[in-house]
Ligand binder design. Structure first.
Ligand SMILES: Nc1ncnc2c1ncn2[C@@H]1O[C@H](COP(=O)(O)OP(=O)(O)O)[C@@H](O)[C@H]1O
Ligand SMILES: [Mg+2]
Length: 228
C-alpha cells in the first residue's frame, strides 16, 4: 500500500523546524533521508510516524539511533520481545521469533539477560527484529547504525535487506552517511533547514545534484564509485 502523508510540519517555541511537507512512499521503496546535522531529518521522521499513527496506521515501525532509547536496562530481552508482540497486536509466536532472530543473526542471544548482557551490535539487531515483528508497511530508521563500527553497520544493513527482499515493507533510512545511502537506497530526499530541497532517484542526485545542500553532501567524494 502506498503511504501518502500531507501537511507535515513542526515548530518549537515559535520557530518552524519543519516546513509544510508532503511525503509519498511506495511499497518496497528504499529511501534515504539525508542532510546536514540539524537540517530536520529526525523531526520529519517523527512527524511522519506521529501522523501515520494518528491516522490509525498501525503498520509503521521506528528504529532509533541508539538501542538505549528502545531498551529498558532493568528489563530482560524476553520482556521487551513480549511487549513488542503485544504492541503489534500479535500473540506470542516462537517460530516467528526464531525466524527473525535467525535473519538478524542473534540466535545466540540469551533472552533471560538484560540489554547490557548483549553486545551493542546485537542489541541494535534485536531492536530491528522487534520493529519487524508485525511486518510493517514502513520502517523508519533514524541513524540506526551510527553507533556501530562500519563493518558491523554494513552487515546489519545487509541482513535487514535480505530479510525484507521478499516483503512489501518500505524503508526510510535517516542518515548523515551519504555513502551508506548511496549504496543501498534507490531514492534520496535531501533536507536543508527544515525542508526537502531535493527528492529524486539516488543516481540522479549523486551524479547531478541540483541544490547546494546536495552538492555539499557530495563534495570531495565520488559516491558513485564507492564499492558497496
Ligand atoms: N525538542 C526540540 N526543541 C527545540 N528545538 C529542536 C527540538 N528538536 C529539534 N530541534 C531543532 O530542530 C532542528 C532540526 O533538528 P533535527 O530534526 O534533530 O535535525 P537532524 O535530525 O537533521 O540532525 C535543529 O535546529 C534542532 O536544534
Ligand atoms: Mg537526527
Amino acid at each position: 500500500m502506498t503511504i501518502t502523508v500531507s501537511g507535515l510540519s513542526a515548530s518549537h517555541s515559535g520557530r518552524t523546524i519543519l516546513q509544510e511537507t508532503d511525503v509519498t512512499i511506495r511499497p518496497r521503496e528504499r529511501i534515504g533521508l539525508v542532510g546536514a546535522s540539524g537540517s530536520g531529518k529526525s523531526t520529519l521522521g517523527h512527524a511522519l510516524i506521529d501522523k501515520l499513527r494518528a491516522q490509525g496506521e498501525r503498520s509503521v515501525a521506528h528504529v532509533p539511533q541508539s538501542p538505549d532509547e528502545a531498551l529498558d536496562p532493568l528489563r530482560s530481552m524476553a520482556f521487551h520481545w513480549r511487549e513488542a508482540e503485544r504492541a503489534s497486536g500479535l500473540a506470542p509466536d516462537q517460530a516467528r521469533r526464531q525466524e527473525l532472530f535467525a535473519a538478524l543473526r542473534i540466535e545466540g542471544g540469551d533472552l533471560r539477560k538484560r540489554p547490557w548482557g548483549w553486545s551493542r551490535g546485537m542489541q541494535q539487531r534485536f531492536v530491528i527484529a522487534m520493529a519487524l515483528i508485525g511486518t510493517p508497511d514502513l520502517l523508519v530508521m533514524d541513524e540506526p547504525t551510527s553507533a556501530l563500527d562500519p563493518v558491523v553497520a554494513a552487515s546489519t544493513m545487509s541482513l535487514l535487506e535480505n530479510y525484507l527482499s521478499d516483503r512489501q515493507t518500505a524503508l526510510l533510512l535517516i542518515t548523515h552517511d551519504l555513502g551508506l545511502a548511496a549504496c543501498r537506497m534507490d531514492r534520496l530526499m535531501v533536507m536543508q533547514t527544515g525542508r526537502i530541497v531535493e527528492d529524486a532517484p539516488t543516481q540522479k542526485v549523486l551524479s547531478a545534484p541540483k541544490t547546494d545542500a546536495a552538492r555539499s553532501l557530495c563534495l570531495h567524494r565520488s559516491w558513485l564509485e564507492l564499492p558497496c
